[in-house]
Design a protein around this ligand. Sequence first.
Ligand SMILES: NC(=O)c1ccc[n+]([C@@H]2O[C@H](COP(=O)([O-])OP(=O)(O)OC[C@H]3O[C@@H](n4cnc5c(N)ncnc54)[C@H](O)[C@@H]3O)[C@@H](O)[C@H]2O)c1
Length: 359
Amino acid sequence: MYYENIKCRYGIIGAGSISQFHMEGYNVLPNVKVIAVCDIHEQRAKDYAKKYDIPYVFTDYKKMLKLDELEAVSVTTWNNGHAPISIDALNAGKHVLCEKPLAMNAQEAQQMVDAAKANNKVLMVGFVRRFEEKANLLKKAVENGDLGNVYYVKTGYIRKWGNPGGWFADKKRSGGGPVIDLGVHVIDLVRYITGKPKAVSVSASTFHALGMKPDMKGLDKYFSADYDPENPYNDVEDAAVAIIKFDNGMTLFFETSWVLNIKKSQNYVNLFGDKAGAQMEPELEFYEERNKYFTETKPFLELGSDNMNTIFRREINHFVECILKDIPCRNPGKDGVEIMKILDAIYKSAETGKEVVLQ
Ligand SMILES: NC(=O)c1ccc[n+]([C@@H]2O[C@H](COP(=O)([O-])OP(=O)(O)OC[C@H]3O[C@@H](n4cnc5c(N)ncnc54)[C@H](O)[C@@H]3O)[C@@H](O)[C@H]2O)c1
C-alpha cells in the first residue's frame, strides 16, 4: 500500500505539546513513519496531520486502533487516558510507548503491564530522563562502586511559579499536582541510577497553601492548551515533601512544588556514598577524599548532549529498536508500576498523617 516500504508504522494519540517531541523523534528515523494521529480536539488533530503529513486523522482512538497497518502508538494524552488507551492498544496488538506517569495509580499501571504480557507486546514508559548522558554516567559510577555504599539521596524538582492549569490542575484528569507530574521524573531517576531498589516505607506531607496564583505578574509561565483564564480551576497540591526508605537501606529525601515562596526554581539530584558523593545538576560532579584533601572531579560532556530534543530522540530510537530488534526495554512497564506505588504512598501518607509501609 501507500507506505509499503516502511518497516514500522506508528500512531500518536494525544496531539498536544509533548507529542511533538515524539513526532520529531520518529521523523528523523529511516523506515519509520507516523501514519495516524488522534485527538479529541478535532481541529488540533487536523492541524497536526497537516503539519507532519500524516494520512489518517481520528478523534476516537478506538477507531484508529482498528488500522491493521498500525504497529505501535505513542500515548501522549492527559494522565487519565494512559491506562484505558494503552490497554486497548495492547489488546489490539499494538506496541505502546506511554508518557509518564504510567497511570493514575499503581493498580491501573499493573493492569497495563498485564495487558502487555498477555499480548506479548512492548509497553515502554516515557521516563525520558533515563536517556540523559549524565544520568547514565552517574549510574555507571554507582555500579562500578565509585561512590561506595550510597546510603542517602536528596532530590528536588521545585518551581517558584509553575502550575500549568487546565487538565494538570484537575485531579480527575491528572491524578495530582507536582508529585505525579514532576516527582515522577526525579524519583524514577534516583531508582534508575541506584540499581532500582524497592521502596519499603514512605512518610510525606502535601500542601495546599498557595493555590495556583494565576494572576501573578513579572514572570513568564507555561499554561496548558486547555487552560481557561475565566475558570482557573485547581484542586491539586501545590507542594510536597517525603522521606522514602528502600530495601537496600538507602533513604531518599524528596521535595517538589508548582508554587512556592522561594528565591528561584531548583532541580537537583544529590547522592551520598561512603566512598564519594555526586551531584547531577546543573552539571555532573563527584566529591571524594584524595591524599587527605577533599577533591572535586567533573566529566566534560558534549555541549547540548542532554537537551530535550536529544533525549527524546534517544528515547524514541530505543522504542523503535525494542520493536525492530527485539532488545530488552530500558523503561519497562513494571518500572512504571514501582513508581506509581511510591506516588500512591506519598498521597496516602499525606492524607492519613502516617507512615505508609509498602510490601
Ligand atoms: N516526558 C516529559 O518530560 C513530559 C513533559 C510534559 C508532559 N508529559 C506528559 O505527556 C502527557 C501529555 O502532556 P502535554 O503537556 O502534552 O499535554 P497537552 O494538554 O498539551 O496535550 C494532551 C493532548 O491529549 C488530548 N487528549 C486528551 N484525552 C484524549 C483522548 N482520550 N484521546 C485523544 N486525545 C486526548 C488533548 O486534547 C490534548 O491535545 C501527560 O501525561 C504529561 O504528564 C511528559
